[in-house]
Ligand binder design. Structure first.
Ligand code: NIG
Ligand code: FE
Length: 411
């Protein structure tokens, strides 16, 4: 397949870098008036329309629109049952996320709903969100469990994630998040719940090969640094690398412990500063920022600029979930990165593509326009500049979406 008349080809990466750090993030390579050739499900070549244009069986005319690599959303909880707009009202009326959780709302509310929902129905609801994010330009997505909180319900969620992987052209990574909250039956017995996560749930998940990563909500009012370390260690024994929720509600120590145990990413980081940045320097751990959650909960945004100034890589993800970020719109996430965290559009787009791919372990094959990578991309309407895409953040600019070289329905 040949895509011709591309006004601007965006997000070219020629050096095979797996992530971009610090100043590297400011540069987004583009090519004007371009073509892109797809063979099978991979990018075969690209070049300028002014030079030689190859022939192909199928020709797609981009009509002067821009072509971007698909977003790589490395942190979501998009398998969930129902919704939680009552808590939205509670928040408007003055309750905080932590207060709602303490009253048995929040994650436990979603766990009750999930328990009462069949696997089939859960899949159906999740697929509505999947179709939505595909039409909004996402091509790779990580999805967490963590609304089950019993072995059986955690497996139910993970099976739905597996089925999404099997029935769509999205690249899907699954993360086991049994330590998302202490299950209702274990309230007051947190250490027994952690025992259960380590001794029963992780072995069961590994046995069924349902998750590549393990996550812990390491934060004030949730799981401690010691519990997080134990769960990461157990996960590692079973071949699951860690991705940690850290420093959302307080400076939890989650970043430092995540780095120490070689976590692939530490996510949220609203409450972090110099010490967390120091801990991340020189590590393989990707700080992943979720501005959609900071926006929805009215929290302070994480210090993206300071991180990049310190030479760190930064990824952006949606956190799509019913409590703190009921949206999987990665373009909006990138716009928030620009508007609220002073990331340039180039930095925000690199963070939402190549660095997001790194944070889910797929940047060798996804996250940029590179020869040999999977042909996951979208085509926009003609735009005056790349910056316009994040600036005019509500205008429906995405016109066509391709995953593995196959055009996807726009809902
Ligand atoms: O990433 N922080 C923990 N977990 C989710 C929220 C989950 C929920 O409220 O349902 C998050 O924000
Ligand atoms: Fe999350």
């Amino acid at each position: 397949m040949l895509v011709k008349n591309i006004g601007k080809l965006v997000g070219i990466e020629r050096e095979g870098r797996l992530r971009l750090s610090g100043e590297e993030m400011a540069h987004l390579e583009t090519l004007d008036n371009a073509w892109l050739l797809v063979e099978g499900d991979r990018i075969k070549a690209f070049g300028s329309m002014d030079d030689f244009v190859p022939k192909a069986d199928t020709v797609v005319d981009a009509e002067g629109g821009m072509l971007f690599p698909s977003f790589c959303d490395s942190h979501t909880h998009l398998v969930y049952a129902g919704s939680r707009e009552q808590e939205f009202l509670d928040k408007i009326n003055g309750l905080s996320y932590a207060e709602i959780a303490k009253r048995g709302g929040g994650i436990l509310n979603s766990a009750d709903r999930l328990h009462a929902t069949s696997e089939e129905e859960l899949y159906r609801q999740a697929m509505e969100r999947i179709r939505e994010i595909i039409s909004m330009g996402t091509g790779c997505v990580e999805i967490k469990s963590g609304y089950g909180l019993t072995t059986e319900d955690e497996l139910k969620m993970l099976k739905v994630i597996r089925r999404i992987r099997e029935t769509t052209r999205l690249e899907v990574k699954a993360t086991f998040l049994g330590a998302h909250a202490v299950a209702r039956d274990y309230i007051g017995r947190q250490s027994e719940y952690v025992d259960k996560v380590c001794e029963e749930m992780i072995p069961a998940v590994a046995e069924a090969q349902l998750a590549e990563f393990v996550d812990v909500f390491c934060d004030k009012g949730f799981f401690t640094v010691e519990e997080t370390a134990r769960i990461m260690e157990t996960g590692k024994k079973y071949g699951m690398r860690a991705k940690i929720h850290a420093n959302e509600l307080a400076a939890s120590g989650g970043v430092q412990i995540g780095v120490k145990y070689g976590a692939l990413s530490v996510d949220h980081l609203e409450s972090s500063g110099v010490e967390e940045i120091e801990a991340l320097k020189g590590s393989d751990t990707m700080p992943t920022l979720l501005p959609g959650a900071a926006f929805f909960l009215g929290m302070t945004y994480p210090p993206a600029r300071e991180m990049m100034r310190a030479g760190l890589a930064v990824a952006l993800a949606s956190d799509y979930n019913p409590g703190s970020s009921p949206s999987g719109n990665m373009r909006m996430v990138a716009s928030l990165g620009a508007i609220r965290m002073r990331m340039t559009p180039a930095e925000a787009l690199n963070a939402a593509t190549l660095n997001g791919a790194y944070a889910m372990g797929v940047s060798k094959d996804y996250g940029s326009v590179s020869m040999g990578k999977v042909a996951n991309f979208f085509i926009t309407k003609p735009m005056p500049s790349v910056e316009f895409f994040l600036y005019a953040y509500q205008t429906p600019l995405i016109r066509r979406v391709f995953l593995h070289g196959v055009e996807q329905p726009m809902q």
